[in-house]
Design a protein around this ligand. Structure first.
Ligand code: SF4
Length: 112
């Protein structure tokens, strides 16, 4: 996980949020994403063991150079969603980790 992430979830207007999401889409869907050539099934492990999931997440995203943008994008996408509606590994995080980040405080700062 990136060592320092700041999002503006909860403080942006809907238009600002959509604009930011489009910008992040362009970054995450670019060729810089190290997961572009991977098997999509890898991102939805069939285990609910959080320790195993976290290990898989770190391994899959490794040193991806756009991890911070990827996480910010996913947090925006999942904003307001209950944990049970989220799924999959993204930005070296599990759904539970992202839920914990989202339900922290607005203007999130996360240190590794
Ligand atoms: S951080 Fe992980 S999920 Fe996000 S683009 Fe990089 S490899 Fe893909």
């Amino acid at each position: 996980m990136p060592s320092h992430i700041v999002t503006h979830a909860g403080t942006a207007t809907p238009a600002q949020r959509e604009h930011r999401l489009r910008t992040l889409d362009e970054i995450v869907l670019s060729s810089a994403a190290t997961c572009r050539a991977s098997d999509p099934d890898d991102w939805f492990p069939l285990t609910e063991d959080e320790t195993v999931l976290r290990d898989i997440a770190r391994k899959l995203c490794g040193d991806c150079p756009i991890q911070a943008s990827c996480l910010e994008r996913q947090l925006l996408i999942e904003e307001g969603m209950p944990l049970y509606e989220t799924d999959g590994i993204t930005a070296a995080t599990t759904p539970l980790e992202r839920y914990e980040i989202r339900t922290g405080v607005a203007g999130i700062e996360v240190a590794a």
